[in-house]
Design a protein around this ligand. Sequence first.
Ligand code: HEM
Length: 388
Amino acid sequence: MDFAPATENPLDPFPHYERMREAAPVFHDEQSESWHAFRYDDVQRVLSEHARFSSRMHGDDQSGTGHLFASSLITTDPPRHRQLRSLVTQAFTPKAVDALAPRISQLTEELLKGIASLGTADLIQALAYPLPVIVISELMGVPAEDRDRFKLWSDVIVSQTRTSAPNEDHHATNQEMTEYFLNLIEQRRSRPGNDLISNLLSAEIDGQQLSVPELLGFCSLLLVAGNETTTNLIGNAVLCFTEVPGTIERLQKEPSLLPQAIEEVLRFRSPVQSMYRISVAETTLGDVHIPAGAPLVAWIGSANRDERQFPRPAQFDIDRDQIRHLAFGHGIHFCLGAPLARLEARIALEAILSGLPGLTVAPGSRLERMDSTIVYGLKTLPANWHAA
Ligand code: HEM
């Protein structure tokens, strides 16, 4: 059985996942010497059994952009993971995040004001990308003008997979990001402000300050990784809502359904399709033996379409409730930014639904998926609506 779906529509990896769930739910890819889990129960186990499946990166992955993340929350195991996470949880609790709602609404309004009268725009470029970047930049005290660079960097990062060797682009991006963040850290050290980086600089764990690689890890993780995913959640939501006839009208009439509809988007077109782990010791997954030190890929995008977990999984259904999707992960690494991503998506989509009447994807446009097996999102989303 082939692991890579060579000829399929890249916008639609889901038939491939379905075949894998059936024929090889835990698949050993001999070429890359990696193991792949496709069913919900196995994916949930790989994500949450941190003593068995480690989040640390492989030894040979320290050269590309990987090294920036090597000491970050997402690539650390307990006990260090718990300590690092405790430093930032306060900034991301639902209560702390709710306090950002007025600013997020204001930014959304400003961004939409620029395009509402045009009747057409690329919604990724006009709203879905700038909104999360400006919000996190403000939270971290980073100049919003630098946001175009973050976009370039995150595109390079998501085009990389942990099982592929970094190329020249990755090396150059790595160097640029390192220099940029080191500079920023130095600026905050000499002139602390009321922002997350200044707080992290003064934070101590058992009397010890964070190391420079740990600070770099926080900066790159928050500024780059969290943005692209929220952009994709907003873009994927517009795609899902316009694809199923009647959905937009229904959500306009019953806006209280929107949070549930967003959860269904997270399930149906998960912005993060896959996450990585390494087996700590020999183990089994399903009935497959996995050696110690083996790289594993947990296919979240497939788990969220598993017919063993969700009835009619290939149907986008905003009336589905209690959606126990794995789009934000599971267990100790559960997405720190989930409350922020949900809030930004709700505010942006409410504004789109009420401010862009008659919204459709521009007829004849060819939608292309970003070049990545890790994230799922559109490169551009040309849309039309009735201009005011
Ligand atoms: C729709 C948007 C988002 C999706 C789908 C998403 C998805 C995920 C997933 C699947 C994980 C788990 C990784 C693992 O198990 O290894 C994760 C972790 C994380 N996410 Fe998100 N994320 C989103 C938005 C954000 C935002 C907005 C931020 C921050 C501003 C953020 C920050 C983080 C951090 C720091 C972690 C690591 C947590 C840990 O390891 O303890 N994410 N995210």
